[in-house]
Design a protein. Structure first.
Lengths: 171, 193
């Protein structure tokens, strides 16, 4: 595998987002997504909606979705855990078919985790019965489409965990 | 202080075909509204989220007027959303805030610094291009038509009498006439979604 293949390219992620008809990206910055942010900002087909607390992303996405648009939520795992009640009430409770791309802070491929943000991420999603897919490099990117399809089929939120903290989105 | 039912009766005269997310005013509004399918009483999916939900709905439907009856307790819980609304500035978004200075549905305990918070000032400071505050029905009545005829986003902070509920939730009178799923279905039919 080449170095390029081992990285998660933001262009590939954006292509997945566009291929799935996303109209709005509801997001709060994290260390994984800056380069993706710059690409999205330059794309006229996607509207970026900045929030200042992740819980607001779920209710905003619910309004967009009920109103006929297709949002995606882009946040970090720390903020996801802060958002439990909004995830429960506004996304699961309102049957919102939304994909949340979650920066997996603290994730390591070898499994020795020293950051509790990572320790509790999958446990948190399991507690809310939210399915999730892990992407670590561009070869995994089609899992984003799998997540979109599952969200649509189940009318529930589905998570994509972005386990590429150090070399993908921040060039 | 303004009586909430009196205020809603005045608002009804100028509602037109606006979508109304009735929030904490739902149990009053349900008896006043004459356009039920454009009413969105969601109950309380998760406290603090009504403003961002209504904001999202406004973005998705820029040709529809979106009116929200929010509360000060909700806004205090999610105040950062005011900056998001102000940045994106949907002109079809009308943000009414019912400030009864307490958590009425849990027995009337005061919200933090209950009598000393100016929500219109907070909205203006967050970047809302327009914000108003009313503490009597006459002033509200004299201004609501013009507020609704101008573009948003606008904050209308209203000091209202608390309607405190002390009955255990299970014993309270149900005001809902539709399930939440039916509310969404009716709304989407109106929106053509």
């Amino acid at each position: 595998m080449t170095q390029q293949q081992a990285e998660l390219s933001p262009e590939t992620v954006l292509a997945q987002i566009k291929a799935n008809g996303v109209t709005h990206v509801v997001w709060l910055p994290d260390s994984e997504t800056n380069w993706l942010y710059l690409l999205m900002k330059a794309d006229p087909t996607i509207e970026l909606i900045p929030v200042s607390r992740e819980g607001a992303a779920f209710s905003t996405a619910a309004g967009l979705s009920v109103g006929g648009k297709k949002p995606i939520i882009l946040i970090q795992n720390t903020g996801l855990m802060e958002s439990g009640d909004s995830l429960r009430g506004w996304a699961i409770g309102m049957n919102i078919p939304v994909v949340l791309m979650v920066g997996y802070r603290g994730y390591t491929r070898h499994g020795v985790i020293q950051d509790t943000a990572a320790t509790y991420t999958e446990r948190f999603l399991n507690a809310f019965d939210v399915d999730y897919y892990l992407i670590e490099n561009s070869e995994d990117a089609e899992r984003i489409t799998i997540a979109f399809n599952e969200a649509e089929r189940t009318q529930r939120p589905v998570a994509v965990l972005v386990g590429d903290e150090y070399h993908g989105f921040n060039r | 202080m303004i009586d909430m039912t009196d205020m809603l009766n005045v608002f009804q005269n100028y509602r037109g075909d606006a979508i109304v997310i009735s929030g904490r005013a739902s149990k009053n509004w349900v008896n006043i509204s004459t356009y039920e399918k454009r009413d969105v009483p969601l109950g309380d999916p998760a406290m603090g989220g009504h403003a961002s939900f209504a904001f999202g709905l406004a973005l998705a439907n820029p040709d529809k007027k979106i009116v929200l009856f929010d509360s000060e307790g909700d806004v205090l819980m999610n105040m950062g959303v005011l900056t998001t609304i102000a940045e994106v500035a949907p002109p079809n978004f009308y943000h009414f805030l019912l400030d009864n200075e307490c958590y009425a549905t849990t027995g009337g305990q005061p919200v933090p610094n209950a009598q000393n918070v100016a929500y219109d000032v907070i909205a203006s400071g967050s970047g809302y291009p327009s914000a108003h505050a009313f503490d009597n029905l006459e002033d509200f009545t004299n201004n609501v038509e013009e507020i609704l005829s101008n573009p948003g986003p606008v904050m209308v902070a209203l000091k209202v009498n608390p309607e405190i509920e002390n009955e255990p939730i299970g014993r309270r009178r149900r005001w809902q006439t539709r399930t939440r799923d039916q509310v969404i279905e009716d709304l989407q039919e109106e929106l053509g979604v």
